[in-house]
Design a protein around this ligand. Structure first.
Ligand SMILES: Nc1ncnc2c1ncn2[C@@H]1O[C@H](COP(=O)(O)OP(=O)(O)O)[C@@H](O)[C@H]1O
Ligand SMILES: [Mg+2]
Length: 323
């Protein structure tokens, strides 16, 4: 029998996701979590939680590997972007101790984590691409030549959770935003409907086995707060084409904005997105796909086979630890 214990790192506040993993892993393996904060709620809802150093600490990798050995871990899954490159870089060391890293290859993560590289890549591959200006000089030249106009949208090149994200209506406003943060990316503002897409790419066959599309009603602190499931073959085809062009793998999360019948890829994260609970509740069972992959079985593609018009609203919950 294969070992099927999983270690979910940087688990943070993702208690609902941990609950789904526990439900699916029940009977096949344990769900172990790690986080650098002793107050990360997900540590207390998994089978066992480990407090570890921050990912930037030189001892981090050793600590994660120690946990893998002690808990007989078969696979490691991170829930935050900055850790992904680091895990992909260390893939060989993990494989040497029999541990699978559930993430794409280094190049794919590198492009997805960096919004400048991602838009260069989209442009080169011929996808509909949001015009992106690297710095005020480039934008001003385009503006003076009549090739760019306000409003624009600024956001951090390596940001997540909408950090630094802002619609800006004037040159004065843009200059002020850039004084505050020099590393902001300037983009054409796309006024349209936003979709969040959960994707699972089989780790063995590298086939896209799930594309779950939701229309976002409302975002709060960069997270999808209210959403509804929809079927849209144009989006599904675009997602499959993009994912294949970068040879991505594992669970992914993508943002797309539609304007005038064009679909613009805005953002892609090589990990579970915050809106994944709706996909799971609609039958897109990624934890079970992960179990299959860990145990050496490929998953069968089932794209667009979920119910439409299922709505999700997030709400608060609490974890209590008594002395
Ligand atoms: N060019 C744009 N035009 C309009 N809205 C945008 C644009 N880029 C991003 N947004 C909005 O800002 C949000 C955060 O941007 P995103 O690129 O997804 O960064 P993050 O990595 O912080 O999630 C998106 O979900 C979308 O609502
Ligand atoms: Mg995003």
């Amino acid at each position: 029998m294969h070992k099927t214990n999983i270690l979910i790192t940087s688990a943070g506040r993702r208690t609902k996701l941990i609950e789904y993993f526990k439900k699916e892993f029940y009977g096949s393996g344990k769900v172990i979590t790690a986080d650098c904060s002793s107050l990360a709620p997900a540590l207390y809802t998994s089978d066992k939680g480990y407090i570890v150093p921050p990912i930037t600490d030189s001892g981090y990798l050793t600590k994660i590997m120690d946990i893998c050995a002690r808990e007989n871990i078969a696979a490691v899954l991170s829930l935050i972007d900055p850790e992904l490159l680091f895990l992909a870089e260390s893939r060989k060391a993990f494989e040497d101790i029999g541990v699978k890293i559930i993430a794409p290859d280094y190049r794919g993560i590198d492009i997805c984590n960096d919004k400048t590289k991602m838009h260069d890549f989209l442009g080169k591959q011929g996808f509909d691409n949001i015009k992106t200006y690297n710095g005020l000089d480039v934008f001003s030249d385009a503006y003076n030549a009549g090739e760019a106009a306000f409003p624009v949208f600024v956001k951090k090149r390596f940001g997540s959770a909408s950090s630094g994200a802002l619609k800006i209506n004037s040159m004065a406003g843009l200059k002020a935003a850039l004084i505050e943060n020099g590393d902001l990316l300037i983009q054409d503002f796309i006024d349209g409907v936003e979709f969040g897409i959960d994707i699972y790419v089989d780790l063995i066959s590298r086939e896209v086995v799930s594309v779950f599309i939701k229309r976002k009603f409302y975002m709060r602190s960069g997270e999808t707060d209210k959403a509804v499931s929809i079927i849209n073959p144009a989006i599904a085809n675009l997602v499959v084409e993009f994912v294949k062009s970068l040879n991505l793998a594992g669970p992914l999360d993508m943002d797309i904005i539609e304007n005038d019948n064009r679909y613009y890829i805005v953002d892609i994260n090589c990990r579970f997105g915050g809106g994944y609970p709706l996909a799971y509740e609609c039958g897109e069972n990624y934890p079970s796909y992960i179990i299959n992959n860990i145990q050496g079985r490929e998953n069968i593609a089932r794209i667009g086979q979920y119910p439409e018009d299922v709505k999700m609203m997030k709400h608060d919950d609490v974890v209590i630890i008594r002395p």
